[in-house]
Design a binder for this molecule. Structure first.
Ligand code: ZN
Length: 389
């Protein structure tokens, strides 16, 4: 909406005399008495493009993660420029296996930096292990008192690196997250890292069966780790739960039976499953460690934020309709995270917009919160004000 306030005497508070004030979105765009309508419109030709919402990445290790092979294997921080060039305009930062040398305060500072650089970044409180790390007394306090916290996790289950939580511990954490979310109007979602152990989603089924916490409070991730876990995931989905698939995938992961996200979505599409509660996330900058049969560490990969866009495109190439591939990286994650202004191209939604080449499906331009942040040259991009000239 462009608003023109006409005829008033303006004070900046310095006296400016009679001026028209032009307002666009949240900003004053211009002051002036002449008709500025034509000069205030930037026209961008997108006739060869799809125009879609910016991607929502519900799990990124924005301050790095892991270190399962010792300190020298700690992974690096996410670079905001990489997220922008990958079309990710909203992301959720989490701690990982290491919640000792990586802290919630560091996570919040990095999320703030990403916001200052033009994207939208939230975080989860808590940690891989239970008791969950918190800044205040407990998870509920953190959710109610700290704006950027919208959920808890990722909490690890079915993994030798988890705290081997009992269902009571998980239920208690989920109830804290649920009430904290209610009081603060946030999702209060419990992000659950599901490891490779055969137990899979068992603990979640137990919590749902033996407490009155709804299934939708949980948001299990890495469900494409192997076909057996994926089958459990399809079951969980059919029972009304959310599932998240991880797009970062190394050749070693594939050798151990991981299903690429694109192929998993194709599977769900072909089986006629409800695709409205299925999401992709990148697991960016996570450590992706490999262990031999004896449980010894043998090597490590790193999650890549670019994989989110790539798997969406690959799913389309496998025959999944574009709207379903897009949903998994836009509307669906925004819905589970309770971010109604994100993940959709709609009136009053944030202007997080991608232009995607219709022929090649390559990314052509990225707008976040109304500013062009990246482009192949089609539009002028605002320069970062990070450094002085
Ligand atoms: Zn994880």
């Amino acid at each position: 909406m462009l608003t023109q306030i006409i005829g008033g005497i303006c004070y900046s508070p310095e006296p400016l005399g009679q001026q028209d004030v032009w307002v666009a979105g949240q900003s004053v765009m211009a002051l002036g008495n002449q008709d500025l309508r034509s000069s205030l419109v930037q026209q961008v030709d997108a006739s060869d493009c799809y125009v879609v919402p910016g991607l929502v990445d519900s799990l990124a290790h924005i301050i790095g993660g892991g270190g399962e092979g010792g300190f020298r294997t700690r992974t690096t921080e996410l670079k905001t420029a990489d997220a922008i060039a990958a079309g990710v305009t909203t992301l959720v930062g989490v701690l990982g296996t290491d919640a000792i040398t990586r802290t919630l305060t560091n996570l919040l500072a990095k999320a703030q930096a990403i916001n200052e650089e033009g994207l939208t970044c939230y975080c989860h409180t808590g940690s891989y292990q239970i008791p969950a790390k918190t800044l205040f007394a407990d998870t509920m306090d953190d959710l109610v008192l700290i704006d950027k916290f919208i959920g808890v996790g990722e909490v690890a289950i079915a993994d030798h690196r988890s705290s081997q939580p009992t269902y009571q511990e998980l239920a208690r954490l989920a109830s804290q997250a649920r009430v904290g979310g209610m009081l603060s109007g946030k999702a209060g979602i419990v992000s659950v890292h599901v490891g490779p152990a055969a137990a899979g989603l068992e603990l979640l089924w137990q919590v749902v069966a033996q407490s009155d916490i709804p299934r939708t409070q949980f948001y299990p991730t890495h469900i494409n780790r192997n076909q057996s876990l994926l089958e459990q995931g399809w079951q969980w989905l059919q029972q009304g739960g959310w599932i998240d698939l991880t797009t970062s995938c190394t050749p070693e992961d594939l050798a151990q039976g991981e299903i690429k996200c694109a192929a998993a979505l194709q599977q769900a599409w072909q089986r006629g499953l409800d695709l409205s509660r299925l999401t992709f996330s990148s697991d960016a900058n996570a450590s992706l460690p490999f262990f031999n049969a004896a449980g010894d560490f043998i090597g490590l990969g790193e999650g890549k934020i670019q994989s989110l866009y790539q798997e969406m495109v690959d799913a389309v190439r496998l025959g999944v309709p574009l709207e379903h591939a897009l949903r998994a990286v836009t509307l669906n994650p925004a819905t589970v995270l309770k971010l109604p202004h994100k993940g959709r191209l709609a009136v009053k939604a944030d202007a997080d917009i991608l232009l995607i080449d219709k022929a090649s499906l390559q990314l052509r331009a990225v707008m976040a919160k109304g500013r062009w942040l990246w482009s192949d040259g089609r539009v002028a991009v605002e320069r970062s004000s990070l450094f002085f000239d």
